[in-house]
Design a protein around this ligand. Structure first.
Ligand code: NAP
Length: 308
């Protein structure tokens, strides 16, 4: 079977750190081109400054991976779907729920694959955590996602703009795990969003969710954490405590600790290939809906200005 010719669109941090190595490591794909307005791309691989330019001048591609900031993703996805290309959307899948819904309908109409990727769901501990929790009574959940924005998002102006999500940019990864491992649907009850006086997006958030059986789910998000960082989900159950740490990579059960190999992006590309070969899409907006609800229902508290 011929490899799927793919173009990586938006050559920034995540494209270089994860997408290019994952594509290089998966024989179902061949990197046909890169697209980025300023970044020069990869030696020996055709490069275009815009998706329009790639579509006009070639080379031909079967699929695109959109690794841009979310605010520009819809227009790029529409251009690609118009040409019948399969589309991989980095998380979050767009800037609004409505545009993701519109993309989903368009992909169905043209018979192309649309994949809303949630990389954290492919972290090593997530699948075994989901299996273990399926049989348990959930008593309470605590999500603690505290990191230093200056370390992880230096100079990323888009992340502070409307549609950039602020601290929910990492926080949505926690929600992508929680919505996947918890056996019941969760929904938002209340939230406080801390927004720096000079920015449009939150730097911290305190959120109370609950599941449909009434179990409380608390989320503590903070971008001002220096020193040790936390990406933890702790679930209290009738059979003891489950802890997922390091963003889902390490699973601790009452019986002990499981460490497995990190396969997030290789897992995403294996899934994308399976979806394309099977003529299917995968667009789960559950994590994105919870974030939208936090903006819809949250109390806004203005806090100290943030400067990079
Ligand atoms: P980034 O470093 O700012 O890279 C984004 C790139 O998109 C920029 O380098 C820019 O390229 C390019 N771009 C902007 N507008 C474009 C357009 N219209 N057409 C083509 N390219 C365009 O951001 P990032 O950290 O890689 O994040 C990108 C997305 O991946 C975000 O949604 C983020 O949530 C997600 N993500 C990031 C991480 C992470 O660890 N950073 C992890 C997982 C997921 P030029 O430099 O050429 O202008």
């Amino acid at each position: 079977m011929d490899p799927i010719r793919i173009a990586v669109v938006g050559v920034g941090k995540i494209a270089r750190d994860q997408h290019l190595p994952a594509i290089a490591g998966n024989s179902a794909f061949s990197l046909a081109a890169t697209v980025s307005p300023h970044d020069p791309g990869v030696e020996g691989v055709p490069h275009a400054r815009s998706l329009e330019e790639l579509i006009e001048r070639g080379p031909a591609v079967d699929a695109v991976a959109l690794c841009t900031p979310p605010q520009v993703r819809y227009d790029l996805a529409v251009q690609a779907l118009r040409k019948g290309m399969h589309v991989f959307l980095e998380k979050p899948p767009g800037a609004t729920l409505g545009e993701v819904g519109a993309l989903s309908s368009r992909a169905d109409k043209v018979g192309a694959t649309l994949f809303a990727a949630w990389h954290s769901r492919f972290a090593a501990g997530v699948a075994p955590a989901r299996a273990w929790l399926a049989e348990r009574r959930i008593d309470s959940v605590s999500i603690v996602w505290r990191e230093d924005v200056r370390v992880w998002h230096p100079g990323q102006a888009w992340i502070w703009e409307p549609g950039g999500l602020g601290v929910f940019d990492p926080g949505i990864n926690a929600l992508s795990i929680a919505t996947h491992i918890l056996p019941r649907q969760m929904f938002l009850q209340s939230a406080t969003l801390e927004i720096p006086a000079n920015r449009a997006a939150p730097i911290g958030a305190d959120i109370q969710f609950r599941d449909t059986a009434g179990a409380p789910i608390h989320m503590d998000l903070d971008w001002r954490q220096t020193g040790p960082q936390s990406w933890d989900i702790i679930v209290e159950t009738d059979a003891g405590t489950l802890k997922l740490s390091n963003g889902g990579a390490v699973l601790t059960l009452p019986s002990g600790v499981e460490h497995n190999e990190d396969l997030e992006y290789p897992g995403l590309y294996a899934r994308f290939a399976t979806l394309i070969r099977g003529g299917r899409s995968d667009v789960d907006v559950a994590p994105f809906r919870l974030v939208a609800d936090a903006f819809l229902r949250g109390h806004r508290k203005i806090v100290e200005e943030f400067h990079d």
